[in-house]
Design a binder for this molecule. Structure first.
Ligand code: PEP
Ligand code: MN
Length: 360
């Protein structure tokens, strides 16, 4: 599959002057709730109304969605507000019902993208559709699975495609529910610059106070849109309560976000520069995180050396590391001089830390 300009035609057709905004509750709960939120989102920047009808839950016993009855509520949303509608489909029965009930945009959830069987079933059920289909990244940080999902749909002659970046699950405790791993989204964007990429800060954050910053980061990285879970009474939502915002808050977020336009040459230059700088910021953050983790392990080794009464400097081991890094650096077109300088600095910091341990 190759990048094609036509990939963004559906988005261009919306004729928006700002990023695409998809908003609505995590789950459709009642007809009243669905319509109330939709009416509050009418006449805002929101173009597409989202609501999960069938909810994939990691553990049984949680709210699993209202099912097909909710499709009628989405139809009413469209009639009463003019918003387009979107819901998640996870098998061929969902697809059939969603198509019969004229849902405008279908998305494939993170728990489905992990399974090529499910993706293929959905692709077969959708064969040749002109509906817009958005594919969320898989739960685990696996670029190939995500691209595989796109390729299966594309091969089924589904051409109005887009991606949703919703972060990746991790065993580590972090402030996010799903860590962003922006570099994965950036890599996909570099390969398919015309495939629209939408950020779902709600599922990355897991809590509403992080949504603004994540949305701004996504726009700085040149994402095409945002999907933000919005509920009239977030705290009492039947699913994902902590991460939903009110329609009023959503409007504020949209007003405060800085959208970078591209028109003149000068602006195009600034725009590209900002995008590249945002990418550098992401990588620098990753470098820092990695250095921090490396130092923590060095500290543990320090403790181990102390309890075994071993010297801090282990020359043989250190020379092995350096030799290996110089070779690996060559593969990445990094000069020997540079590798030596970087690793000597890292090594020195580890030694300082370990010596502190041994001498306390
Ligand atoms: C959702 O959008 O409500 C959802 C279940 O998302 P994800 O597939 O990203 O977990
Ligand atoms: Mn949700």
């Amino acid at each position: 599959m190759e990048n094609k300009k036509e990939m963004r035609q559906w988005l261009t057709n919306f004729g928006l002057e700002h990023p695409l905004v998809i908003a609505g509750p995590c789950s459709a709960e009642t007809e009243e709730q669905v319509l109330k939120i939709a009416h509050e989102l009418k006449d805002t920047d929101v173009t597409v109304y989202r609501a999960g009808i069938w909810k994939p839950r990691t553990r049984p016993g949680m709210f699993e969605g209202v099912g097909a009855i909710g499709l009628g509520w989405l139809k009413k949303v469209k009639e009463q507000t003019g918003l387009l509608t979107a819901t998640e489909v996870a098998n061929k029965d969902h697809v059939k019902l969603a198509l019969e009930n004229e849902v405008d945009i279908l998305w494939i959830g993170a728990r489905s993208t992990v399974s090529p069987f499910i993706i293929q079933e959905i692709a077969d059920a959708l064969q040749g559709t002109d509906k817009i289909v958005l594919i969320k990244n898989p739960v685990n940080p696996d670029l190939a699975l995500w691209l595989g999902g796109v390729e299966r749909l594309y091969s089924a002659d589904i051409k109005n495609l887009g991606l949703i970046h919703r972060g990746f699950s991790t065993y580590e405790k972090t402030k996010y529910r799903n860590i962003p791993e922006w570099q994965i989204a950036i890599e996909v964007k570099n390969r398919f610059p015309d495939l629209p990429m939408i950020c779902d800060p709600s599922h990355i954050a897991g809590r509403r106070d992080l949504i603004f910053d994540l949305s701004q980061a996504a726009l700085d990285l040149n994402f095409d849109g945002l999907m933000i879970e919005t509920h009239w009474d977030p705290d009492n939502a039947w699913s994902d309560a902590a991460q939903q915002v009110t329609p009023k808050r959503l409007v504020e977020i949209m007003k405060d976000l800085k959208v970078r336009n591209k028109t003149t040459d000068e602006e195009a230059y600034q725009h590209t520069l900002n995008t590249l700088r945002a990418q550098i910021d992401v990588l620098d953050q990753t470098l820092l995180d990695t250095l921090g983790k490396r130092m923590n392990i060095a500290l543990e080794i320090g403790q181990l050396k102390k309890s075994n009464n071993v010297a801090v400097l282990q020359n043989k081991r250190w020379n092995e590391i350096l030799g290996k890094m110089i070779l690996e650096g060559e593969d990445r077109k990094l000069s020997e001089e540079f590798i030596l300088r970087v690793f000597k600095a890292i090594h020195q910091e580890s030694i300082n830390k370990q010596e502190k341990i041994l001498n306390t």
